[in-house]
Design a protein around this ligand. Structure first.
Ligand SMILES: [Ca+2]
Ligand SMILES: [Ca+2]
Length: 82
């Protein structure tokens, strides 16, 4: 299983159903594609301006969203890495 396919399960409260989220699938539509790439770029810009970025874009899992996460996501979407 690749790092991009690793799933993170977020539980919101004890009575709420768990929401499964996949690293790299920023719009949570079940596929990792160019739309996620656009969102990752947008999150990078938002983070640079002091906003809170969506951590699903933290592809390498180092705790922050940086340009290398965007590069990894782009390589995955283009098929050069799995
Ligand atoms: Ca997606
Ligand atoms: Ca990262």
């Amino acid at each position: 299983m690749s790092a991009l396919a690793a799933a993170a399960v977020l539980a919101v409260g004890s009575s709420a159903p768990a929401i499964a989220a996949t690293t790299g699938d920023l719009n949570n539509d079940g596929v990792i594609d160019s739309f996620d790439l656009v969102l990752c770029r947008k999150n990078l810009i938002t983070m640079f301006s002091g906003g809170q970025a969506d951590m699903l874009g933290d592809i390498d899992g180092n705790g922050s969203i940086q340009i290398n996460d965007l590069v990894l996501l782009q390589k995955y979407v283009l098929g050069s890495i799995k």
